[in-house]
Design a protein around this ligand. Sequence first.
Ligand code: UD1
Ligand code: CA
Length: 460
Amino acid sequence: MAAGKGTRMKSKLPKVLHQLGGRALLQHVVDTAALLNARQVTVITGHGATEVEAALAVNTGAAGQFDLNFVRQEPQLGTGHAVQQAVPVLRDDGLVVVLSGDVPLTQAATLQQLIDASAGKQLALLTIDFADPTGYGRIVREGAAVKAIVEQKDASPAQRQITEVYSGIMAVPALQLKKWLARLDNQNAQGEYYLTDIVKFAVADGVPVVAHKILDPVQVAGVNSPVQLAELERAYQKRIALQLMEQGVRLADPARLDVRGSLSCATDVSIDVNCVFEGQVSLGEGVKIGPNCCIKNVSIAAGAVIHPFTHIEGGAPGSKDAIEVGAGSLIGPFARLRPGARLGAEVHIGNFVEVKNSTLAKGAKANHLAYLGDATVGERVNYGAGSITANYDGAFKHRTVIEADVHIGSNCVLIAPVTIGAGGTVGGGSTITKDTAPLTLAVARGRQVSIANWKRPSKK
Ligand code: UD1
Ligand code: CA
């Protein structure tokens, strides 16, 4: 169910598309369903339907393990009415698990337990005890047997004392569900069609109703406001941090880590505080990440060290825009690796060096204040402070090739397309416009030009 409005988010974005850990809330729910080997996932949309459907199709299409389909609920007349919209697409022989698009952190194992509890033929409700149950549907029991769910607004004072609440998640055989949905009415305090009314129909039909009660409130927590979104983001990040530490990753502070995608780590990886990982990041054995780094879509090989305040922003994994950092490389502090940076082993990229769409072979170094764009840099090249590849002529990008063992002095401008021959040296301050032969020293400094009548501009 993802039709609700989410007014309290105070946002133009449909509620279920707000991001948590780099994925839309609804995407979490669909991804969890995928872990259960669902045959079909049906998303009930209403508010922001077009946007929600488009966003989800993009991310789920590739997985392709199940049929993803959408049904619309217009207008929104309650949770029972929402599920009624899905009746035509639900197969009679299935077990239906009802989930909320704004409850992102239910674990697949919990849902599997709920499915097991239903045993394919009973109505199974996921429930939890809340010290303050205000607002939730209460689980009404007679002895141990579940008899009904009563919504807050319809509950008697005595029922309001019940602390066991319905989480909004149930597993129910499709055929039974369809029968019961047909019997719903809206004769209640809110004038809505309540999905929760099917509990009394099950009881009346002699179908056992089982409650699977859990302890962890995070798994049933919904997002209705920015505060709740931030709380669940922290809960999610804590979960990821614990998983990483269980694998042996050393986090300086698990409360100061953000993973907005997938982070895979080999042994002996350490990560200092305030790092943000996005997209797909893999860290090889012994990699060290310093504090305050933003790291996106990159594979960093064994032994590399990323010093503080480094910004690595790779493009789509597997594309030419992805980034690779070779084994034993030293990056930063304050380095910037942009899409298509491919660094071999033992490359050094120092402070205020920007690398874009460039390949650097083993042992190449650019330690200070430099730009390498659209360049192919050979082994052991030393690229001086303040030097740049002038790769753009205003219309086209051109390549610069710097062959092995070249030394580029400080403040050089290499005007692409240009090749600096192997073993050559370019003198500091040179502007190189033509290819240089191997093993040559190229010095090409601008001449001082005198203009007879030139006068320095003055305000007077
Ligand atoms: C519902 C349950 C309540 C339970 C609570 C848990 C009903 C009648 N009540 O409360 O017992 O304790 O969830 O959070 O089911 N939605 C639609 N269309 C609608 C109405 C809702 O798609 O017409 C979706 C919402 O987007 C949301 C979910 O259903 O994802 C739950 O809706 P919400 O209004 O939050 O729950 P309540 O009805 O208050
Ligand atoms: Ca409601």
